[in-house]
Design a protein around this ligand. Sequence first.
Ligand code: FES
Ligand SMILES: [Fe+2]
Length: 350
Amino acid sequence: MSDSPYLRNRWYVAAWAHELEKGAVGRIIMDEAVVFFRGKGGKVAALEDACAHRYMPLSHGKVEDGCIQCPYHGLVYDASGACVHVPGQPRVPPGATVRAYPVAEKWRFVWIWMGDPELADEAAIPDYHWNDDPKWVAVGGYFHVRGSYRLLIDNLLDLSHVAFVHASTLGTDRVADFPVKVRRDDNKVHVDRWILGEPAPRMFKLVGNFEGPVDRWQLIQYQEPSHFMIDVGCAVAGTGAPNGDRSAGITMFSNHTLTPETETSTHYFWHHARNFRLAEPELTERLATATRTAFGEDVGIVEAQQDRMQRAPASKPIIDINADAGVLQARRLLDQLIKEERARMPGAVG
Ligand code: FES
Ligand SMILES: [Fe+2]
C-alpha cells in the first residue's frame, strides 16, 4: 500500500444515500471491492465485497434485518463484517469475517474512508450542505467515467472550456478571454473568474430572464483531494455584483465530488443547487436536464482524453497554457499530500 496512487486518509463519496433504498450496492473504490447496505436501524455499512468462504461478491446477495447474505452458500454477515450464521452448522468458523470500512451518511451522500480507520473523523467530511438544506433546491446525479479523477479535477478547475464544450448550456463566446485569479489557502485552491458585460448563457437566461448584458461569476473552490464547490451566477451588468451586491442577479452552486474507482476510472457525483424560485418543480426538472447534459459533455471529453493518453507513448509531453494556473496549483497540492501519506505508510522506504 505504500505506493498507493491515491490519497487514502480522506472521506470520499461512495454513493447517493437513496441508492441503498433498493438493497446492497457494490462499488470498486481505489481498486478495492466494497459493498454498501443499511445495517440495523438503517445505519449505513461498508464491507469488503468478497465472501470469506469463497470470495463471492456479497453485493449480489440480499439484505435482511440489517445483515447481508451471500448468494452462493448463504453465509450471513452483520454490519461489522462478522459472519453471524452459516447454513447447516451451529458454529461460525473462526476467521469468518470480512473487512469493515468507516462509513458515514451526510448531505444525502454515503461517505467512505479508505485509509487508516483510526484517523476517520466525521467532522472532516467536506461541506456540501447545499445538497441537503431547505433554503436550497438541488438536482444531482452520478456518472461512471472511464477516465482518471485527475482529468476531471483539471476539467473542473479550468472553466474556460465552457465556451467550447458547453456552447448550448453554459457557454458564451468570450468566457476564455477573461483571465482568472488563483489563490491557494491551506488545503484549498480558489480560481475566480468574472465575465463582465457579456450576454448571459442559455442556462442563466432560462432561470433568470436576463435580456441584456450581465456580469457573470465562476468562483471555484477546490478542496483536496477531489471536492469542488463552485459559486456561479450572474447579475444585470453594472449593478455591483463584483462588489458583493447580487440583488439584481441569481446564484447557484455547482458542486462536484470525484472518487477514484481505479487509476483510470472515476465515480463522479454532482449536484447543482439554487436558492430562488424554490417551489417550481418544472424549473427544477429543466435545470436537472440542462446540468446533466452539460456535465455529460465533460465526461465525453475526459473519456476521449483518457483513451488517447493510454495509446500515447510515455515520452509525449503535455504543454501548459495560462488557463492552467489553478490546475497546476491543485496538482502540486495533491501530489505533495500523496507523497507525504505514502512516506508515513507501513512499509514505506526512507
Ligand atoms: S462463497 Fe459466500 S457462502 Fe460460499
Ligand atoms: Fe464542463
